[in-house]
Design a protein around this ligand. Structure first.
Ligand code: AMP
Ligand code: MG
Length: 484
């Protein structure tokens, strides 16, 4: 690619040195492009064909720096499973901020790019499987309409990484609106550096909330806006059965994007208490706990802002308290709106909430597949599977039909809306694992097939296998890992 097609404007690297460490990616032996996201490349205003795969692999492995890139490892901290730690990018560098033709600013980051001053005992590297997993699931989330970091490419390094087994190494190119986390604020807060918290807050407002710059209290306005975006984000996770798996405060992005796909998973059977992460032994990050955890994380965020909210500490505390008390109501409102849309309900009617709640109880009681229950509800006839075969379905269906028949557009409008917001395909855990296992031994076909269908999740797939839930046994024994 011609160097001129990147448009770097690295504002984060202009912040004080305390915010990051300058560090170059460690070159890799034999970079080879494994997957490449042409559509995203074009969105970024880069020409995928301006250079061949080998040249892309040189850049996206970190072996060659594009002119204008200024690689940094960001400093951050975070509560991991409730315990506070200083962290920082231990195996990633941000090359810089690229301006796309539409004016959007994107962090271009290499994950698995080698050790940094924040690596502690880690090797700074990543394994191919987890990087392909992040690529696949983040792009699936994007196609589902859920805010997320994106993935431009995965490059195999030609080197091995040693985990519990020896694995092929890889570098993922992550593209994000920014990498500012709740944990970034906590880093300066924990060090008692209020002026750095203020600087970061001003930077975040300028980058993500420019419309709030002239609010009477921009810091309070940023807190309010963050509560709103996180509430919406978590509601959209629940709507598709997504379990993030590691909602530590360093994995909550101020850009409002889903970030860190290490141990995430999707529900097949609707089980609100579901946990798949092997390290989440207490179920802290269970499916239905996610709104409460978001509230907890946002409270940690608010804590860092206290000195900025008001001069009087009591007053500041009261302001923060009020916003944090609003997280669950904001989430509930977003969740109800999304669930109503998924049931084809147009407008708001009395009784909608009990219709939603009774439907979900029915799914739970009948051990229904979440995705298929919503998708197939719009079918006529419906397949003879749960929840449609459950004795409580008929009475519920009567209420539902009465509700949608009474609305403008009736059943036709309802079905249309349902098909537009209930995916036919999600990246089901067993399909993801199957594709990754094949990729690890060099067969990329299953991965490409799965990528193709999850990119159009609202279209009925030609192969019904993509809609089939995993067996009970597989669902019960499925475990995810943090992917280090
Ligand atoms: P993550 O689980 O990816 O959110 O990572 C948590 C923290 O551990 C971050 O500070 C990472 O940069 C760091 N980390 C994860 N894996 C490695 C690794 N292989 N080498 C060095 N640091 C790592
Ligand atoms: Mg992380």
């Amino acid at each position: 690619m011609k160097p001129s097609s990147w448009r770097w404007e690295n504002t984060y690297a202009r912040l004080p040195e305390a915010f990051f460490r300058r560090v170059r990616p460690t070159p890799v032996r034999a970079p080879r492009l494994v997957v490449f996201n042409r559509a995203l490349c074009l969105e970024l205003g880069l020409d995928p064909d301006a250079q061949d795969a080998a040249a892309w692999a040189q850049i996206l492995s970190g072996n060659e720096l594009p002119p204008g890139a200024e690689p940094i490892a960001q400093a951050y901290a975070g509560h991991q499973f409730g315990g506070f730690t200083f962290l920082g990018d231990g195996r990633a560098v941000i090359l810089g901020e690229h301006l796309a033709p539409d004016g959007r600013r994107w962090d271009i980051a290499l994950k698995g790019s080698g050790p940094t001053p924040f690596s502690r005992h880690g090797d700074g590297r990543a394994a191919l499987g987890p990087m392909l997993r992040e690529y696949l699931i983040s792009e699936a989330m994007h196609a589902l309409g859920i805010p997320t970091t994106r993935s431009l490419a995965v490059v195999a390094t030609g080197e091995e990484v040693v985990r519990d087994r020896v694995l092929p190494g890889a570098v993922l190119t992550r593209v994000a609106s920014s990498h500012i986390r709740v944990g970034t604020f906590q880093y300066f807060w924990a060090r008692g550096e209020v002026e750095h918290v203020r600087l970061l807050a001003d930077y975040t407002i300028a980058r993500h909330f420019p419309e709030l710059r002239n609010a009477s209290n921009p810091y309070l306005a940023m807190l309010q806006a963050t509560v709103a975006t996180q509430a919406r984000l978590v509601a959209s996770w629940l709507a598709v059965g997504f379990i993030h798996g590691v909602m530590n405060t360093d994995n909550m992005s101020l850009a409002g994007e889903t970030i860190d796909y290490g141990p995430c998973a999707f529900l097949d059977t609707y089980r609100p208490k579901a946990v798949f992460s092997s390290i989440d032994t207490m179920g802290r990050y269970a499916y239905a706990n996610q709104p409460g955890i978001a509230a907890w994380n946002l409270a940690r965020f608010a804590e860092t802002l206290l000195p900025l909210l008001a001069l009087d500490p009591e007053e500041a505390r009261g302001m923060a308290q009020e916003e944090i008390e609003n997280v669950i109501p904001a989430f509930t409102a977003a969740w109800q709106a999304q669930m109503a849309a998924k049931l084809g309900l147009i407008g708001k009617e009395e009784g909608d909430i009990s219709l939603i709640e009774d439907w979900l109880h029915l799914l739970e009681a009948s051990a229904a597949d979440l995705t298929n229950a919503f998708r197939f509800l719009a079918l006529d006839p419906r397949p003879a599977i749960a929840p449609f075969t459950h004795p409580q379905f008929a009475p519920w269906q009567q209420r539902w039909q009465a509700r949608i028949h009474a609305q403008p557009g009736g059943e036709v409008a309802a079905r249309k809306q349902m098909n537009a917001c209930n995916p036919a395909v999600i990246p089901r855990n067993h399909l993801v694992e199957e594709a990754l296992a094949a990729a690890e031994v060099g067969d990329l076909r299953p991965l490409h097939r799965l990528m193709e269908v999850v990119q159009t999740p609202f279209v009925e797939p030609a192969d019904p296998r993509f809609q089939q839930p995993a067996s009970e046994e597989l669902q019960r024994t499925y475990r995810t890992f943090c992917g280090t």
